[in-house]
Design a binder for this molecule. Sequence first.
Ligand code: FES
Length: 157
Amino acid sequence: MEPESSVQDPEENKYTSVCVGREDDIKKSERMTAVVHDREVVIFYHKGEYHAMDIRCYHSGGPLHLGEIEDFDGRPCIVCPWHKYKITLATGEGLYQSINPKDPSAKPKWCSKGIKQRIHAVSVDNGNIYVTLSREPFRCDSDFYATGDFRVIQSSS
Ligand code: FES
């Protein structure tokens, strides 16, 4: 028997946008937390731009919504309050400083570990903020703390 075409795939439902709050509110608080299809996210409003990412740090699950935002190498980053890892707001890259041990006079250089924190899409419509979960197929380190046993919010399904 053919499945009814009107029945939506639950996997697809996870990628519908969810209203998380009002633009006026996040502009005042500059951050908010939300649960989007059972995934906890933090949304930052920084210098006129919105950024959403998994709320728990890719390193050990630290609470990124309690971190400070600072620029490193000209890139705005959330600094995890637990061990001070730096994560770019725009891309979710982990940044670190490296130095060439063979050249002690060299200045430390900012480098990227690659994308570590999953970034989600934010849109604004009629004063409401919407988040759409990332469906990028690569495995992100932050997925570990956003799913399975580490997920605080339990699935209602
Ligand atoms: Fe975030 Fe360790 S848990 S830096």
